[in-house]
Design a protein. Structure first.
Length: 371
């Protein structure tokens, strides 16, 4: 932004070679009034900053970003909040800030929303994802037949364990879903080799909308598997949130590619409604997971049991194997068995484990209770 003409050009004021790398936030007002209010508010709140033409650079810890928000929200009229854009600086864009970087800057309200989950960008930048494995077993014999790889991370500032759901939420707000999806698959492959059960299948989650062209997005996952000697026939790629995929044709293309590479294809969270049957019949998955909520409701609800029966008939019609997901009680296990579902997964049997512990025996008392 040219500070005099307000035109988007290579701004001579942003001389990145002279910037101390500790600065992590760039705020850029869109007009003179916003610039004046921004700098006045920072000065009044005693927030240290340096000016780069109309923009300001801040060194402000992420964990204290709420203090910066409070200072700006108090000092700047609300009508001007959307007239100031903010972006977090990384090592890459700190070295050479381009117009593309500027386009990724967000208005202050969105910027502070993203600040709440900026820890996710840090996790991806340092590659600190890891995988835990949740057994899938045959409830008739209690034999483990597969494991689902679930992504986790440690919070870079607090050390707390971050769940897959929290990572998905954070990366969605930061527009980093594609990056998370690829890194999680790579992490799952490299961790799966440590699971001490060479005949078990490994289910790897993927987001269909993050794939795009499967030949470019999934190819690297198969290359990782080949590099460590992991056979593709042991891999099951599980489509998460298939119902929200951009198109069935896109899902078909992904499934075809997975099969062509020698792996298997699965659908996740098939619940109530016609859409579950349609997905099975149109995509011909090797495996399909029945939604935990449907199974839980079916324990006491006859209509839900009919829904389960319809899904089971559809799966049988295309040769798909059903898996009961989220089994937490003996009653849920029995209602799944009644529907003809023998493969199950849930806290009743095991919690997700580190790869080296994943193959430990399933809780033995279950066999006595089933009998």
């Amino acid at each position: 932004m040219d500070c005099d003409t307000r035109k988007c050009v290579e701004c001579p004021c942003l001389n990145w070679k002279t910037i101390d790398p500790r600065y992590n936030v760039l705020l850029t007002p869109m007009d003179r009034i916003s610039e004046s209010e921004l700098k006045r508010s920072l000065a009044k709140s005693k927030v240290p900053f340096i000016s780069l033409g109309c923009s300001v650079l801040l060194d402000f810890p992420l964990e204290r970003m709420s203090e910066l928000k409070s200072a700006l929200w108090t000092g700047i009229p609300s009508l001007l909040h959307s007239r100031i854009k903010g972006i977090f600086l990384s090592d890459a864009n700190r070295r050479q800030f381009t117009f593309r970087d500027f386009l990724q800057a967000e208005s202050l309200p969105v910027f502070f929303e993203q600040a709440e989950v900026e820890w996710a960008r840090r996790i991806l930048s340092i590659g600190s994802l890891y995988s835990v494995f949740h057994p899938i077993l045959d409830a008739r014999t209690m034999k483990i037949v597969a494991y689902e790889a679930l992504v986790r991370a440690h919070h870079p500032y607090t050390g707390d364990v971050i769940s897959a759901g929290e990572l998905l939420h954070a990366c969605g707000r930061l527009n980093l879903m594609d990056q998370l999806d690829g890194m999680a698959r790579q992490c799952a492959i490299r961790s799966a080799i440590q699971v001490d059960q060479s005949d078990a299948l490994i289910f790897i989650n993927f987001l269909p909308n993050a794939i795009g062209d499967p030949d470019s997005a999934l190819k690297c996952t198969f290359e990782d598997a080949k590099e460590i000697g992991f056979k593709p026939e042991r891999l099951v790629f599980e489509a998460v949130e298939a119902e929200s995929a951009m198109s069935l044709e896109m899902l078909r293309d992904i499934a075809r590619y997975i099969h062509a590479m020698g792996a298997k294809f699965a659908l996740d969270n098939l619940g109530r409604g016609r859409i579950a049957v349609q997905l099975i019949e149109k995509l011909n998955p090797d495996y399909a997971k029945m939604d935990a909520n449907l199974i839980a409701v079916a324990v006491t609800n006859a209509n839900a049991r009919l829904e389960m029966d319809r899904i089971c008939m559809s799966a049988q019609g295309v040769g798909a194997t059903l898996i009961g997901e989220g089994i937490e009680t003996i009653d849920q296990m029995r209602v799944a068995l009644r529907a003809g579902i023998s493969l199950m997964q849930g806290f009743l049997f095991s919690i997700p484990c580190n790869p080296e512990d994943a193959a430990k025996p399933i809780r033995g008392y279950l066999q006595r209770q089933i009998a």
